[in-house]
Design a protein around this ligand. Sequence first.
Ligand SMILES: [Zn+2]
Length: 74
Amino acid sequence: MLIPIGLIIAFVLIAIFARRGMRSCRWRMDRTRDRDGLQFFRCAACGAEALVPAGKTPQDCRDPRKTGKGRDAP
Ligand SMILES: [Zn+2]
């Protein structure tokens, strides 16, 4: 009885977290770090950094903790 309910709850939680991962990114432009015609953006939510062509904004979350690259690691 409880197993199907647990699976449904787990699925809903995964859906919520997956969606939040994309939406929580708040990209802030940092003109002082622009480079080679690319605009520098930093995510205020997760600390991810991205260089994108002028006039565009990063669409996906590049959280270092998710990608495993750890660019912000000390
Ligand atoms: Zn982010």
